[in-house]
Design a protein around this ligand. Structure first.
Ligand code: BES
Ligand code: MN
Ligand code: MN
Length: 459
């Protein structure tokens, strides 16, 4: 059978696939820090070359930020036209001292009886995107061509909210339009159980700067009479939630919807333990909306979190000061049809209304993207479930995910395309943290899974 030959090619070439992945992992493509801009370009160029080598028409495309890699197969092939998306940028290695081996010197290690690929980006997202590239390579090597009409788009700004992607999509709509998007940037249910993520939360990021006096003040000479912006900001932060963990910003839950009964009962049947989930991170009591199951809190309910607070003296020792300003970085995870722009406006209004005399507020937006929901009736979903079940020997779990991939909302909104989110990460991959790893079995069976799905799509 044709597919068996492709799978055998993947198996036979595993060592060389790993060498290719390691070469990509050595490139320090940290997107958030301008000091690494050259490395981001180097990663894009490395990938374009890789895709050219397997016969695709590939190039590096400039944007205002880090470049995009776009590649097309040269032959039409049978079946639908698919757009594969992944990101080559990675999070900073910080805190560097906590890495057991250097972040950008990838290694194959054995940890608790499992072979794992260790290095920044191994799971998020270089190892994952390479599972797809390796699957395409195996078709080309075995059959002389890719199995379908495939467009590959790899971006370098996912970890900073994809600021250049929407304009790029808009400007290249015709070229990027496909029947369905395939995305490899999510996780499995566990090490041995595959999953398809059918619900993904959106994200709205907002920085709030509260300003009061026109300079920092001695807190003895002015304290009592001078308003302290940290206190004002603290009050604002504390006012977002009520005692039951609900967000009280007017209109916030508009469009959030309720989980449909089919998905709810399916999630209930998943083997998930709240106490184990929380216990593993040293916690015990769910902190989300009262009366909601933890999976619901994570996958289908919106949140507001403060990711950082800045203000006043934060150095060693003490300093008696009333600062001139204080700021906080807010992030809102969104679900259903919640409108990120409307929520941004409502939040700003909510903050402004609470400002006392002599205070001003400034807002900085760090991006906004809607949530995603894959219709359960999608014909691609069925083929993906079958392909994954074949490879892993058990049915794929349909799950939600609390994380966000800013662009998938735009695929739907701007190109009218659904996205199939299939990834092979696992909970303990430590993405964004020191000692990030990717299971070797995820890398290997991930490539095999894509080969099976591509084969199923063409027939
Ligand atoms: N790949 C992750 C998101 C993810 C991880 C989804 C695991 C599902 C399962 C992505 O690279 C990520 O980190 N997204 C950020 C977006 C932000 C930086 C704009 C997030 O969710 O915080
Ligand atoms: Mn990612
Ligand atoms: Mn990430």
């Amino acid at each position: 059978m044709a597919l068996e030959k492709v799978l055998a090619t993947i198996d036979k070439n595993l060592d060389r696939s790993l060498e290719r992945l390691f070469a990509l992992l050595r490139i320090e493509s940290v997107s958030t820090d301008p000091a690494y801009a050259r490395n981001c370009r180097a990663a894009a160029e490395w990938l374009a070359k890789e895709l050219q080598e397997i016969g695709l028409d590939a190039g590096v495309r400039d944007t205002k930020g880090h470049p995009m890699v776009v590649a097309h197969t040269r032959t039409a092939g049978a079946g639908p036209h698919v757009l594969f998306y992944g990101h080559y940028d990675v999070q900073p290695a910080d805190p560097v001292a906590l890495w057991q081996t250097p972040a950008f010197e990838p290694q194959l290690k054995e940890v608790a009886g499992r072979k794992v690929i260790v290095g920044r980006g191994s799971a998020d997202d270089k190892g994952q995107l390479m599972t797809f590239v390796e699957a395409v390579r195996a078709f080309v090597e075995t059959e002389g061509a890719a199995p379908l009409k495939i467009t590959i788009m790899l971006e370098g700004e996912e970890e900073t909210g994809s600021p250049s992607l929407a304009p790029f999509l808009e400007a290249n709509k015709k070229e990027l339009q496909a029947d369905v998007a395939l995305v490899c940037d999510t996780d499995m249910w566990n090490d041995t159980t595959p999953a398809i993520t059918t619900m993904l939360r959106g994200l709205m990021l907002e920085e709030v700067i509260v300003k009061a006096a026109d300079r920092d003040l001695h807190s003895g000479l002015f304290g009592g009479a001078a308003i302290n912006p940290i206190r004002v900001l603290g009050r604002v932060i504390a006012s977002v939630h009520d005692g039951d963990g609900r967000i009280v910003i007017p209109g916030f839950y508009d469009g959030a919807g309720e989980l449909d009964a089919e998905i709810k009962s399916q999630w209930k049947s998943l083997d998930f333990s709240e106490s184990k989930f929380l216990g593993e991170i040293g916690l015990s009591v769910p902190a989300g909306e009262k009366g909601r199951h933890v999976l619901e809190q994570l996958w289908s309910r919106p949140t507001c979190d403060v990711n950082g607070i800045i203000g006043g003296y934060t150095g060693t020792g003490s300093k008696t000061v009333i600062p001139a300003q204080a700021s906080a970085k807010f992030s809102f995870r969104l679900v259903g049809r919640q409108n990120p722009e409307a929520i941004r406006d409502a939040f700003r209004e909510f903050v402004r209304k609470q400002l006392p005399a002599d205070c001003e507020v400034e807002f900085i937006s760090h991006g906004a993207s809607p949530a995603l929901q894959l219709p359960l009736a999608s014909p691609y979903l069925k083929k993906a479930r079958d392909a994954l079940a074949e490879e892993w020997g058990k049915p794929a779990v349909l799950k939600g995910s609390g994380g966000s991939i800013p662009i998938v909302g735009n695929f739907k909104r701007d190109l009218g395309m659904d996205s199939l989110l299939i990834g092979f990460g696992v909970d303990d991959d430590r993405i964004h943290s020191p000692n990030e790893k990717y299971n070797l079995s995820s890398f290997h069976k991930g490539a095999r899974s894509w080969a099976r799905l591509l084969d199923a799509l063409r027939s």
